[in-house]
Ligand binder design. Sequence first.
Ligand SMILES: NC(=O)c1ccc[n+]([C@@H]2O[C@H](COP(=O)([O-])OP(=O)(O)OC[C@H]3O[C@@H](n4cnc5c(N)ncnc54)[C@H](O)[C@@H]3O)[C@@H](O)[C@H]2O)c1
Length: 359
Amino acid sequence: MSPSKIRIGLIGLGDMGRGHLECLKSFPSVEIVALCDTHPERLTNAQKSVASSPKTYEKYQEFLNHPGLEAVFVSVPNFLHTEIGLEVLKAGKHLFLEKPLAHTLSDGKKLADASQKTNLIFQVGHIYRYSPFYLEMMEWIQKDAVGTPLLLWCHEFRQPFPQREWFYDKTKSGDTFVEKNCHHFDLFNWVTQDKPKQVVSFGGQSVLKPGTQISCSYCPDSPQTLKTNTTIDHGWVLVEYQKSAKANLGLSMFLRPPNEIWRGLELGVIGSNGKMLIGNVDFGTMTLYGGTKKEEKKEIKNPTPQWHSGMHEEHEAFLNSIQTGQKPYASPQMAYEALILSCAAQDSLQSKKIILLPP
Ligand SMILES: NC(=O)c1ccc[n+]([C@@H]2O[C@H](COP(=O)([O-])OP(=O)(O)OC[C@H]3O[C@@H](n4cnc5c(N)ncnc54)[C@H](O)[C@@H]3O)[C@@H](O)[C@H]2O)c1
């Protein structure tokens, strides 16, 4: 064990946890010392993939007592974020917690409050905050490409969630606007640099009904038939911000692969100078329309294409925060603001009302 290395452990070694593990292995400053998952096969497979064969645990309480453990990556189902996240902090370890901050607003508040009371590093997996693509797009917007952003949209038209039970149980995932769209609501908050004033949504479950066969292209499990599903599979959300920007989110969870790969995730902004900026992170292209030029294009390719856009950079930032004590950019408070929007969109669906948010 080298004393100069940061000793890291991971709780949750499903699709995302394995992604974190693989990427962390590429950092010479990291030593993976312990792994935890309740699924024995995923745990053993993860252990085999690390040359130093880290110690494995099925109970996170025992894992947290691993000698010398300094920092923990938590990639478990959303309803466990609060319980496990708080225990990691209580054990005195730096915490990287996957998004959404939590599956409910009240749980999210507990985590945001806990982050205010600790000197430990606590970063949330809002991966796009570290994506070179979005950093460039936001810089362009901040340098006045469109003037004041006034109309925004984001289209997440994709295939179903992985065929794992918790994604399809809203009491565990928080439902789709929380589980999936916290990313996109965070992008709206980032572009507008403002707080939302009111939210209205429409949506429901039209296709992914019990009995439907599900297979997600990035989940290694064999296709499965949905036994139950309490989550929505499509929706539209409208958000009005305090300083008058309006944002629109479109969601479909029932496009069949590979549609999402062909179309990509689109974020569009029209601003007060009459120009329109459209970015597509999956293609690495952004185009500014309007003004004297017909169009202006930028291409920002992912410098580490083996990882999701922003993953290598979010790890780098977390490790840097541990070394310098600097508070992370993707803070629990930032994640909480995204969760407020996600939960308001869910509330509007349930109540069939416009949700007014406090200033
Ligand atoms: N940042 C992103 O872009 C992104 C992408 C995908 C998923 N995620 C997030 O990552 C988290 C995990 O998602 P996933 O797709 O990997 O799900 P998954 O179901 O593939 O993996 C979850 C893992 O947690 C394990 N687990 C469950 N309870 C546990 C416990 N008590 N102790 C230890 N391990 C436990 C499961 O056995 C499983 O292996 C979710 O919060 C999800 O929202 C983030």
